[in-house]
Design a protein around this ligand. Structure first.
Ligand code: SF4
Length: 473
């Protein structure tokens, strides 16, 4: 692992570990299939869902193109509501702002709702280093905090854990009774967490959307823990990536319908909270509210007209569930907090292409991610753009890259010389007789194709060449 905590260039090694672990592979397979099938059912109920996606995309495009205006409008609205605005350019800035607020409050425990920005900036480490105890309250995040891991999925952080795994963690860390009944496991977590909400002086949350015209922070969830984090403690801090802005409250309906259905296949998630400033006379809620707007690489992406579209993402997770690569190698193989097709874009953009050079290649470019994306981000196109970038920034051409390049050059050359191609394929057909079984070759000893057959089978050439069949037809 590098100093920055990004180890995305080890994707091959970590991906192989998931593929070789039958339990993990099955956990990813079954969970992603379930989420995708729920999505399918949920979107089929909405006539004109594709028109809704177009509307969502257009709102995002307009907002991102005019982000400076909407950020200012949001900041003015937040302050008018009595909350305090903070601007954080880097991960270190986010951490120091939050640590300062907590220290100033004298709280020593912080309850946290699920926040990908919080993961991204490693807020828990910063809090712990300052002697403050961060407590994750989202069930999935609570589980991975106990396991000392990072999220394996942007919507379902503990997607890779079975109930047996969760039971083990609870027995070990919170001395609970042993059970694998999901309701009982949830009740154990609830009992452990309820007391924390009452004790903690500060609650930290993320945000799904931030409404510019009203200064409203919108959170959506199924467990109710975000409501507790944002209302029970005396101080609420919301961490928000600058791309989460939407212009008007009227736009929210579009995204609420897109997000729940695309992510978990729900018409709406169980709780939608609209937080507009700290509590007023006669209200419940926090006495103080702080909003931290986070750049941490986003402005660089905004400045690149080719990559800007990436900022339309509403973090629904649908592209992960449908991606044949994510489903095989799992979330941790991507080496940072974001995984799947969107992670393959976000990680090189928010960290550096050098640290995540391999990620844009972790895609078959099949287009399944673009098909399901609720705001129609052209992920394959952006991945291709990053691939070109990765090649330019490669410190030195690796052996496998050079041999791949040599093979493709040879292939292109042979394709331009039909006689040669035919003679070559005839020899290959004769040669494969020794290796092929039932249309597949298990092992080709010659490098570099041996690298392919180390992990998977190679399709044998058809017994009769296409051009011969074509002539006959
Ligand atoms: S890229 Fe699209 S599908 Fe993937 S998480 Fe973002 S919004 Fe969802």
């Amino acid at each position: 692992m590098s100093d920055t905590g990004v180890h995305s260039n080890e994707i091959h090694q970590h991906g192989s570990e998931t593929i070789g672990n039958a339990r993990l592979a099955e956990a990813y397979r079954s969970s992603t299939i379930r989420l995708l099938s729920h999505r399918q059912t949920a979107i089929a109920e909405v006539p004109g869902f594709d028109r809704l996606r177009d509307t969502g995309r257009e709102i995002k495009r307009h907002t991102i193109e005019n982000l400076d205006f909407y950020l200012n409008q949001f900041a003015d609205s937040v302050e008018r509501n009595g909350a305090k605005m903070h601007w954080a350019a880097t991960a270190a800035d986010v951490c120091s702002i939050v640590v300062d607020i907590v220290k100033h409050s004298t709280a020593r425990e912080v309850v946290k709702a699920k926040s990908m920005v919080g993961e991204e900036v490693e807020l828990n480490h910063a809090l712990e280093a300052a002697g403050i105890r961060p407590i994750e309250t989202d069930l999935g995040e609570f589980i991975i905090q106990l396991a000392g891991e990072r999220p394996a999925h942007i919507v379902a952080p503990a997607i890779h854990k079975t109930r047996e795994d969760v039971s083990e963690l609870f027995v070990k860390h919170i001395k609970s009774e042993r059970t694998v009944v999901p309701e009982e496991l949830t009740a154990i977590a609830r009992r452990a967490l309820r007391e924390m909400f009452q004790k903690a002086g500060v609650g930290v949350s993320g945000a799904n959307f931030a409404v510019a015209e009203t200064g409203t922070v919108v959170t959506i969830e199924n467990e109710g823990n975000i409501r507790m984090c944002t209302t029970v403690p005396r101080i609420h801090i919301a961490l928000i990536g600058i791309e989460k802005i939407i212009p008007r409250l009227a736009d929210l309906g579009v995204f609420l319908r897109l997000l729940g259905r695309s992510g978990t296949g729900q018409k709406l998630t169980t709780y939608t909270s609209l937080l507009t400033g700290p509590r007023r006379q006669g209200e419940d809620g926090p006495e103080e509210m702080h909003v931290v707007m986070v750049d941490n690489g986003r402005v660089k992406t905004l400045a690149d007209p080719k990559m800007r579209e990436m900022l339309y993402c509403i973090r629904c997770g649908a592209c992960l569930n449908t991606c044949p690569v994510y489903r095989k190698i799992g979330g941790h193989a991507y080496g940072w907090v974001y995984s799947g097709p969107i992670g393959a874009l976000v990680t090189p953009e928010f960290t550096s292409i050098g640290e995540a050079r391999e990620l844009p290649f972790a895609s078959s470019l099949c287009g399944a991610c673009r098909e399901v994306c609720p705001v129609r981000i052209n992920i394959p196109d952006l991945l291709l753009h990053l691939r070109a970038d990765a090649q330019e920034h490669a410190p030195k051409k690796s052996e496998s890259l050079l041999s791949e390049r040599f093979m493709f050059r040879m292939w292109a050359w042979a394709m331009r010389h039909p006689i040669l191609y035919r003679v070559g394929s005839r020899f290959a057909r004769m040669g494969q007789g020794l290796l092929a079984r039932k249309g597949w070759i298990r092992n080709i000893p010659a490098y570099p194709i041996s690298q392919w057959t180390k992990e998977r089978d190679f399709p044998a050439l058809a017994p009769r060449a296409f051009h011969k069949r074509w002539k006959k037809l």
